[in-house]
Design a protein around this ligand. Structure first.
Ligand code: PMP
Length: 397
């Protein structure tokens, strides 16, 4: 049979990954993909995870399927990390959950559930956002709109614009929020601003969908979950999608969790049942290895402390790279324009580089980034930073 498919354009991040893979130049630098690299340019194997792996192997266990909902130990240990000890206890009974294939799986299953719960609801996504947010909500058949988030003129977050736009959304709209380390801008609301946002969400009957993919990479493990904890105090239907890919440096293990906080234990049971049916029809059950590793780390106070320290060291190294890059760009023509890179948080920076400049970085210098100007600061190190800074100065002069 003749296949008559129209071409499928890759999203901006996938396109950047493909162009990097195809670049034969040995000195190429990948600022396009969202992974944390250490000072030696390697994806780290965290000591806490290595020890957990060692312990799991020594137990000589078989590899059964996980239950339909996933590893309950992972959920029990992760809930306090996300919601805080006290709030996790309060919410446990009325929170549905399912382990998912990475954070992406959590967003997808959450979107499916949101569609089942509120079939006519639109999804509203920050402008700009991770491109897969729009793709996922469209894939489940939802209408998608955007709310203001970033002001190009001031190169800063536009919380007033955001609040105004949220206040105009129809009741029942699903509002996709980045819990921390907004991808791609690197700008997050302050706790006071989250309080305002939570108030508007509650007053207007909106459904928050908080995507938490970078907990620990912004201001710290606890501070980065303030968004979730504040919103959980105001709203009684909340989706929280969690990715452990970055925080445990376990990208390919595909570990994620979806929480749906509801009004009652009975509602949580209904949502959990539907979540299991959705995942059953997609892939039956989530993979076990990464989930076991993370549950082992979070379940052992010593390993958990080691992990928290390692996560904080990753966070601090990115901050150093931010400061160093801004310093090295300061003398250039557009030096002052790059100052916000230091104020941004997480893996990414919305650098302000134009599409043409990003293209020149790739073509002339083998430095790859996403076309909209997003660069991954976590791919910089003392070895490649000077040449990246020099190239940025050159293309932006
Ligand atoms: N949400 C956001 C905002 C992300 O940036 C990412 C990863 N790039 C994800 C979700 C998905 O994470 P995972 O790799 O665990 O599927």
């Amino acid at each position: 049979m003749l296949i008559n498919l129209s071409p499928t354009p890759p999203d901006a991040v996938m396109l950047a990954a493909r162009l990097f893979a195809e670049d034969p130049r040995p000195h190429k630098v990948n600022l396009g993909i969202g992974m944390y690299y250490d000072e030696e340019g390697r994806i780290p194997q965290l000591a806490a995870v290595r020890e957990a792996d060692h312990r799991l192997r020594s137990r000589n266990r078989p590899w059964p399927y996980l239950p339909a909902e996933g590893l309950v130990d992972l959920k029990n240990k992760a809930m306090p990390v996300v919601f805080g000890e006290d709030q996790a206890d309060d919410l446990r009974r009325r929170t549905a959950w399912i382990q998912t294939v990475g954070g992406t799986g959590a967003v997808r299953i959450g979107a499916e559930l949101a569609r089942a719960i509120a079939p006519d609801a639109m999804a509203s996504i920050s402008d700009p956002s991770w491109p897969n947010h729009e793709a996922i909500f469209r894939a489940v058949g939802a209408r998608v709109s955007s709310y203001r988030y970033y002001d190009v003129e001031s190169c800063d977050i536009d919380v007033d614009g955001m609040l105004e736009d949220l206040g105009r959304l129809p009741r029942g709209t699903v509002v996709v929020l980045h819990g921390c380390c907004h991808n791609p801008t690197g700008f997050d609301p302050t706790p006071a601003q989250w309080n305002h946002i939570a108030q508007v969400l509650a007053d207007h009957g909106l459904i928050p969908f908080i995507d938490l993919a970078y907990q620990g990479f912004g201001e710290g493990l606890e501070a980065d979950a303030q968004s979730v904890r504040i919103i959980a105090q105001s709203c009684n239907l909340i989706f929280v999608s969690v990715s452990f890919s970055k925080s445990f440096s376990l990208y390919g293990e595909r570990v994620g969790l979806l929480f749906v906080v509801t009004e009652s234990e009975a509602q949580a049971a209904l949502v959990g049942e539907r979540a299991r049916a959705v995942s059953r029809a997609l892939y039956s059950s989530a993979p076990s290895n990464g989930a076991l590793l993370i549950a082992e780390v979070l379940g052992d106070p010593q390993l958990k402390t080691t992990w928290i320290d390692e996560l904080d060291a990753m966070r601090r190294r990115i901050l150093l790279m931010r400061a160093e890059l801004v310093d090295q760009l300061a003398g250039g023509n557009r030096g002052a324009n790059f100052a916000p890179i230091k104020a941004q948080r997480g893996l990414f920076s919305y650098s302000g580089l134009t599409r043409t400049e990003i293209e020149r970085l790739r073509v002339d210098h083998a430095i790859h980034a996403v076309g909209d100007g997003r660069i991954c600061l976590a791919a910089l190190n003392a070895g490649n930073l000077p040449s990246v800074a020099a190239a940025i100065r050159q293309v932006s002069s």
